[in-house]
Design a protein. Structure first.
Length: 275
């Protein structure tokens, strides 16, 4: 009886460990999606001094654009990612010119209302262009799994984590080692001082909006295979704001930490408490 009880306990502990590892990898993968969205919000806030309420809709648009690149243009996954990033960078430049630039001296509230208007426009625009049925975006690394310590982990989760970490290293290099990145940081720290140093502030703000929308596109490509591509992806905005606040609003590293924290809490809370 003791041997049977010990065997049963060992099986239960092993099962619980496998479940925890699966939840952790899923939570980290979702956390990176939230982190990328939160980073876009933080970067625009630090550079332009406004909160972008259209970030969730831009994440959604990035997923739809990537889907169209695959379905309509017949591009491979890597080609669709590159094309979606380039297209969304252009969307960011237009977004800055339409929603922010005309109101840059009008105060924070008009710009915030403008970003909300863009969000409503995008959320309804996808119905006109892509219809009401959800689209399918293939997983970045296929639908297979890899076994680690007896736990089957989707390759999609591993791909999201690896690509997000690589992007973070690239961002650190870009902001700290390149002239463009240093100029963008200078504008984020103080616009007037940056202007006195000969930096084109409006141009750096445009670049920041473009970079923010590319982060949104990547987040949408990560989230698409998990949620299906639909206007519901725009709800990531609330998770991104939560990640920004948890990490200390205005901190880029904090947005990453906050995103992973929110992803883990959401995943474990849904399993152990209630969805």
């Amino acid at each position: 009886a003791k041997v049977r009880r010990k065997t049963t306990d060992d099986v239960r502990v092993r099962t619980e460990m496998i479940t925890i590892l699966q939840l952790a990898t899923g939570g980290v993968a979702m956390g990176f999606v939230y982190a990328l969205s939160a980073m876009g919000i933080v970067l625009i806030y630090r550079t332009a001094g406004v909160v972008n309420f259209a970030q969730g809709s831009l994440v959604m648009l990035g997923a739809y654009v990537a889907t169209s690149c695959i379905e309509t243009l017949k591009l491979p996954m890597i080609g669709a990612i590159i094309a979606a990033v380039i297209i969304m960078a252009g969307v960011g430049a237009v977004f800055q010119r339409v929603a922010y630039y005309p109101l840059r001296y009008a105060g924070i509230i008009p710009v915030v209302i403008s970003t909300i208007g863009v969000s409503v426009f995008l959320n309804n625009g996808v119905y006109v262009i892509w219809g009401t049925y959800p689209k399918f975006l293939p997983p970045i690394a296929g639908s297979g799994t890899i076994t680690i310590f007896g736990t089957s982990i989707p390759l999609q989760n591993i791909a999201i984590a690896l690509m997000a970490v690589a992007l973070l290293f690239f961002q650190a290099y870009f902001f700290n080692k390149t002239w463009l990145g240093k100029k963008m940081q200078a504008v984020a720290q103080h616009q007037d001082t940056a202007a006195l140093m000969g930096i084109k502030v409006s141009r750096m703000i445009t670049f920041t909006f473009m970079y923010s929308t590319t982060l949104a596109a990547i987040a949408g490509i990560f989230a698409g295979p998990i949620f299906f591509v639909s206007p519901g992806i725009a709800q990531i905005l609330s998770k991104a704001f939560a990640a920004s606040v948890v990490g200390g609003f205005g901190s880029v590293p904090g947005a990453v930490v906050g995103g992973i924290f929110v992803g883990l809490v959401e995943t474990f809370g849904a399993y152990f408490i209630s969805s």
